[in-house]
Design a protein around this ligand. Structure first.
Ligand SMILES: NC(=O)c1ccc[n+]([C@@H]2O[C@H](COP(=O)([O-])OP(=O)(O)OC[C@H]3O[C@@H](n4cnc5c(N)ncnc54)[C@H](OP(=O)(O)O)[C@@H]3O)[C@@H](O)[C@H]2O)c1
Length: 276
C-alpha cells in the first residue's frame, strides 16, 4: 500500500529517516513507499471528521468498489472484483463506524452476517465511546428478509431494520421477535433517506457508513445526504450489464466532490472523495 495523494513534504521519503511504522535500521517506511500498512495506520487515514463546536454531527460515507468499466458486481456479488487490500479497507471502515447502512438486496445477495468485534479496533472504539462492533441497519420496504439469520438473531449489537410506516405489521413483528430493532423512517412503504440519517442520529449513531447497494446509494446521493465516497477502483474489466455503484433517477445537477486521498496497492486504487 502506498499513498499517491496527497503527497506533502511530510509524506515524501526522507533519506535515512524512520517514520512511525518504520523499522529501526531498516528502509524508511513512508506513506509513499510501498509497504503493508497496519490497521491502525489505515484507521488514522480514514478517521471520521472531528466534532465541531456544536458537537458531533452525522457524517455519512459510502464504501463501494467498481471495475475500470464501472461494474459494481460480477455474478451478483462484489467479491469477484475485490481483493485482500480492499477487504482490509472495508474492515477498517467498519471498525470506525457506529452503524452500517445497507440495502436489503445486498443483505440477501451477499448473505450479510453481523459485524465482528475486532481486537485491532477495540481501543479506538472504546476511546470513541462506541460499541464493540457497528450495528448493521438494513433498509427494506418489503421486510422480505430471513429473520432466522444470525444477522438478526445473534449480533453483538442489535441489528436495526429501517422501513416505512406502511410496512406489513406481521413482518415488523417477525423482525422484532428475532431481536431486531425496527425504526420507522418514512410515511409510506419506503424509507426517506434524510429521515433515516436523523433516526440513527437520535440513537447516538453519527458515524455512518453505507455499503450500498447501488439502488440505496443512488437514493442517498439524490437526497443530498452523502458526505463522502470511499471508492475502490478495481483493475478489472467485466463488460456485461452489471449495475454501476449508484442507480435510480439522476440528480438535476451533477454534484461535485473533492479528492481527499488516494492509496494504491497492486493496481487497486483506494480513493476518498468528500462533498466540497
Ligand atoms: N460494488 C459494491 O461496492 C457493492 C456494494 C453493495 C452491493 N453491491 C452489489 O449490488 C447488488 C445489490 O444492490 P441493489 O442496488 O440491487 O440493491 P440494494 O440497494 O442493496 O437493496 C435494494 C433494496 O433495498 C431496499 N430499499 C432501497 N431503498 C429503499 C427505500 N428508500 N425504502 C425502503 N427500502 C428500500 C428495498 O428492499 P426490499 O426489496 O426488501 O423492500 C430494495 O429492494 C448485489 O449484486 C451486490 O453484490 C455492490
Amino acid at each position: 500500500m502506498r499513498r499517491l495523494f496527497p503527497v506533502t513534504d511530510e509524506t515524501a521519503p526522507r533519506p535515512g529517516a524512520t517514520p512511525p511504522g518504520g523499522v529501526a535500521g531498516g528502509p524508511p517506511a513512508t506513506d509513499t513507499a510501498d509497504r503493508e500498512w497496519s490497521l491502525q495506520e489505515l484507521a488514522a487515514a480514514y478517521a471520521y471528521p472531528e466534532p465541531g463546536p456544536g458537537g458531533r454531527e452525522s457524517w455519512l460515507r459510502a464504501n463501494m468498489v467498481s471495475t475500470l468499466d464501472g461494474a459494481a458486481q460480477h455474478d451478483g456479488r462484489s467479491q469477484p472484483i475485490s481483493d485482500a487490500a480492499d477487504m482490509r479497507i472495508f474492515g477498517t471502515l467498519r471498525g470506525l463506524a457506529d452503524v452500517v447502512l445497507v440495502g436489503a438486496q445486498t443483505v440477501r445477495q451477499e448473505g450479510y452476517r453481523p459485524a465482528r468485534a475486532r481486537a485491532a479496533f477495540a481501543g479506538l472504539r472504546e476511546a470513541a465511546g462506541q460499541a464493540a462492533a457497528p450495528a448493521i441497519a438494513v433498509v427494506s420496504a418489503s421486510l422480505d428478509l430471513d429473520f432466522s439469520w444470525p444477522l438478526f438473531t445473534s449480533p453483538l449489537v442489535p441489528t436495526l431494520v429501517l422501513t416505512g410506516a406502511a410496512a406489513a405489521p406481521d413482518r415488523v413483528a417477525a423482525a422484532e421477535r428475532a431481536g431486531a430493532r425496527v425504526l420507522i423512517a418514512g410515511d409510506g412503504m419506503g424509507v426517506d433517506p434524510a429521515r433515516a440519517v436523523r433516526a440513527l442520529a437520535d440513537l447516538g449513531m453519527t458515524r455512518l457508513l453505507t455499503e450500498g447497494g447501488p439502488r440505496l446509494l443512488g437514493q442517498l446521493i439524490a437526497a443530498g445526504v452523502l458526505d463522502e465516497l470511499c471508492l475502490t477502483v478495481s483493475p478489472m474489466l467485466t463488460a456485461g450489464d452489471a449495475q454501476r455503484i449508484a442507480g435510480g433517477p439522476s440528480v438535476a445537477v451533477p454534484e461535485r466532490f473533492g479528492l481527499v486521498s488516494l492509496l494504491e496497492e497492486e493496481g487497486f486504487l483506494f480513493s476518498r472523495y468528500r462533498r466540497t
